[in-house]
Design a protein. Structure first.
Length: 212
């Protein structure tokens, strides 16, 4: 490397160090002096009620916080939806879209602590395998995101739901496929197998006839 290139690199590094510190300090300064301070009276200001997937089903749902004078909350002070206070990339409860899932098991394999369980069957008119069981045990999940990263169809994703306090461990295990849907799909899978078997029998019979 020539001497002038050394010099360029030297001053470039100094510039980069100063610039990154300045950006960081600007964000701190801006947050400290210009951003509106809000005390969220949890849980009365929690907009995303219901199950984890509701946060995704109704992403634009507005917060309409009740006025809670006894809790010290002020309707005047609170002007925005709670979702705006939660970062877009916040890792809350996992959500799941069964219509996108192909039961490939990649999320199961990626999960280091066996949080997810999947079972799928082949049915007509559906890409991949249709899920007949998709269970998440939120009590074990460490929100690492490996399952989300590996999913080829974005069927599993993070919502911004965070409320997990419960007295019952079982309430943290969520079955995303209802028993009714499971039975319907198992029946469709049985029909498909039957259809394939009949086709094979017919083909074999035809082959034998041609052979003789
Ligand atoms: S976020 Fe991590 S721990 Fe939780 S289910 Fe996905 S892979 Fe497993
Ligand atoms: S990785 Fe995605 S598509 Fe595959 S089983 Fe998991 S959720 Fe379904």
């Amino acid at each position: 490397m020539k001497p002038w290139q050394h010099m360029k690199m030297y001053f470039g590094n100094i510039y980069e160090a100063v610039a990154t510190i300045a950006v960081g300090m600007w964000i701190t300064f801006k947050t400290a002096f210009f951003e509106r301070k809000v005390t969220i009276q949890y849980p009365s200001h929690d907009v995303l009620e219901g199950k984890a997937r509701d946060a995704v089903t109704f992403p634009e749902q507005e917060l309409n916080p009740p006025f809670e004078p006894f809790l010290g909350a002020s309707q005047q002070q609170y002007r925005g939806p709670l979702q705006a206070r939660i970062a877009d990339r916040y890792r809350g409860f996992l959500g799941y879209r069964e219509d996108k899932c192909i039961s490939c098991n990649l999320c199961v394999q990626a999960c280091p602590i066996e949080v997810i369980a999947v079972e799928g069957v082949k049915i007509e008119g559906r890409k991949g395998r249709a899920p007949v069981m998709f269970r998440i045990d939120y009590s074990k999940c460490m929100f690492c995101g490996l399952c989300v990263e590996v999913c080829p169809t974005s069927a599993i994703f993070f919502t911004r739901r965070f409320a997990a306090a419960t007295f019952s461990y079982h309430s943290l295990i969520e079955n995303f496929i209802s028993e009714e849907m499971r039975q319907q799909r198992l029946e469709l899978a049985r029909q498909l197998k039957q259809k394939k078997r009949s086709k094979t029998i017919k083909r074999n019979a035809k082959d034998e006839t041609t052979h003789f």
